[in-house]
Design a protein around this ligand. Structure first.
Ligand code: GLU
Length: 420
């Protein structure tokens, strides 16, 4: 089938799906229905720049399937955004939500923009215009947005405010990842990173390594990487390498996580943190460590990097960090490297988003401990189901996780049938 969805990231999502569909023996006639998104919305967002000019930014929202409930997923503001990337990310959200047992299909949105080039006022204009253009296509029971790369709690507050002003009432449940002061939930900000660290803890147990004896390297120090570092440090894990888009540091004796967090908070990035520990960002993924956490962008572990990995656990905090070609290599290295696949590893974010949506709909808010306990409970459940499938069918961790997600959506589609 030909479609508007092209590019390497979409090809990756399609390739993964086709492997899983073969393993699940899904009839070929059902495959396009499962893979191709239900809807894609493309918009032009004009905004007035501070210099008096008008700029137009391209925005997208892809809603993958509506079989299990509303669609759910983040909104990415990044230069790489195109409809193929957004579609792939929406598809991964579907398998992620289904694996976690959430009543959602996947969605993703984005604007092709370098947020660092915008002033705060310009970012607010763009955020509001993006949401305003999306109003006919989203809703608390249709499609619920959240943060992703380049967006944050403040952007979610602007989204919620824009939607609410058009409705004439406050509609907290239209987006998740909001500030706690504006209908957000306790625990959402740290949820993804905390979930990553929790699952790393489970994987360390499996390979029989004590956290206090383990070392970690994290690529990416945004919301996910920074909270993962903090939580791992709390568990006693030593962070020996870290990088973001501005800098890279490596010290086999250990880096000071609190100091890194303070520096990133103050300066907006890791640039200028240290001169002694400065390291080549192209080499950081292949340094020896126990836990390697790609927490930045897609496709950083390809067929060239995969043979060089010297970690025991690969915790995929980013979406799609490993290409299918690299996956084949990791499959051969199954006994050496324990992979926590992305749709499991970073699912803490959308799980707590689900809790936020439920609380907003009920107008009944939970304490932080309740949010975190329920998060760990769902993560443990998904982790257990993935491990059981690996045992039973002797498949890779990714195949097991994806199969559980895809199978759930396939069965729901089959039982609901085709309308009309
Ligand atoms: N953008 C995040 C993800 O990729 C979170 C999505 C959400 O909370 O809905 O999973």
């Amino acid at each position: 089938m030909s479609s508007i969805y092209t590019g390497p990231v979409f090809e990756m999502a399609r390739n993964q799906f086709s492997h899983v569909a073969d393993y699940l023996e899904i009839p070929h006639s059902q495959r396009d229905r499962l893979l191709y998104p239900k809807r894609a919305i493309a918009i032009s967002c004009p905004i007035n720049l501070d210099n008096g000019e008008t700029a137009v930014f391209q925005g997208y929202r892809v809603q993958h399937h509506l079989t299990l409930g509303p669609t759910k997923g983040g909104t990415r503001f990044a230069p790489s955004v195109d409809v193929g990337e957004v579609a792939a990310l929406a598809i991964w959200m579907s398998w992620k939500c289904a694996l976690a047992g959430l009543p959602y299909g996947g969605a993703k949105g984005g604007v092709t923009v370098d947020v660092h080039s915008l002033s705060k006022r310009e970012l607010e204009s763009l955020s509001r215009r993006y949401m305003q253009e999306m109003i006919p296509f989203v809703g608390p029971y249709i499609d619920v947005m959240a943060p992703d790369m380049g967006t944050n709690e403040q952007v979610m507050a602007w989204f919620m405010d824009t939607y609410s002003m058009y409705q004439g009432r406050t509609v907290n449940e239209i987006v998740t990842g909001k500030p706690v002061s504006s209908g957000g939930t306790e625990g959402r900000r740290e949820a993804t990173g905390l979930g990553v660290a929790h699952l790393v803890g489970r994987a360390l147990e499996k390979i029989g390594l004590e956290p206090a004896k383990a070392t970690a390297i994290i690529q990416g120090f945004g919301n996910v990487g920074s909270y993962a570092a903090l939580e791992l440090a709390r568990q006693g894990v030593t962070l020996i390498g870290v990088s973001d888009h501005t800098a890279c540091y490596y010290d086999p004796k250990g880096l000071d996580v609190d100091a890194l967090l303070k520096h990133a908070e103050k300066h907006g990035s890791l640039r200028g943190f240290s001169t002694e520990a400065a390291f080549d960002p192209n080499e950081i993924l292949s340094q020896p460590c126990d836990v390697l956490i790609p927490a930045a962008i897609e496709r950083v572990i390809d067929e060239k990097v995969a043979p060089k990995l010297r970690c025991r656990i690969l915790a995929e905090a980013a979406n799609g960090p490993t290409t299918p070609e690299a996956d084949e290599i990791l499959d051969q290295r199954r006994d050496e490297i324990f992979v926590i696949p992305d749709i499991l590893c970073n699912s803490g974010g959308v799980i707590v988003s689900y809790f936020e949506w439920v609380q907003d709909l009920q107008q009944l808010f939970w304490r932080r401990a309740e949010v975190i306990n329920r998060l760990k409970d769902l993560l443990d459940d998904a982790f257990g189901r993935v491990m059981a499938r690996v045992e039973k069918d002797k498949v890779s961790h990714r195949m097991a996780a994806m199969a559980i997600g895809v199978d759930k959506v396939a069965k729901a589609k089959a039982t609901r049938g085709l309308f009309p």
